[in-house]
Design a binder for this molecule. Structure first.
Ligand SMILES: [Zn+2]
Length: 173
């Protein structure tokens, strides 16, 4: 949600989904449903044991299966929105890396090791294949940038907020 406040929708790729949306559990169709009003209603009707009444469980208008958060799992909907964002991402990379030969900073913030194929490995590959790309990882976990990236790979073993705050102060000087 914070990212959505800072960047245009064309600049964001929700590769793993977004808790702001629901999808049909099957999914039987290619629509995402904003969950803002649904969550408010569920919150207002919480039972004393913090469960929600069964009749308020959000359900698909078409197949009646439950609606679930649009977050990657085995039924994750890679539908129209997801494909459009993937296309935007490819266009961004092509425009800046190939057409304009711009320098690009890949800033990896607090990414874990559980699903490296989503962010970490694509970043390493982009940096390895493009001399104009620099990979910077900021993480409180001990680690290091891949050696094969040479000086285009930087690992900062610090708190993200501290590093970004210090960086902003340096930029303003
Ligand atoms: Zn459905």
């Amino acid at each position: 949600m914070q990212i959505d406040r800072c960047f245009s929708s064309e600049a964001i790729r929700h590769f793993q989904g977004d808790f702001a949306y629901l999808q049909c559990r099957q999914p039987c169709h290619d629509e995402l449903i904003s969950n803002h009003e649904i969550v408010q209603k569920l919150h207002e009707n919480l039972l004393p044991d913090l469960n929600i009444p069964a009749d308020l469980i959000p359900r698909c208008d078409i197949c009646s299966w439950p609606l679930v958060p649009w977050i990657r799992d085995d039924t994750f909907l890679e539908g129209k929105k997801w494909r459009e964002e993937a296309d935007n991402h490819r266009r961004f990379l092509r425009r800046h890396l190939i057409e304009n030969e711009d320098r690009l900073l890949l800033l990896e913030l607090g990414v874990g090791e559980m699903t490296p194929a989503i962010i970490k490995l694509p970043f390493w590959e982009l940096a390895m294949k493009n001399e104009n790309v620099t990979y910077v990882c900021i993480n409180t976990e001990k680690g290091s940038a891949p050696l094969h990236l040479g000086n285009r790979g930087v690992y900062i073993n610090e708190d993200i907020a501290s590093v970004l705050t210090e960086t902003c102060l340096l930029i303003r000087r």
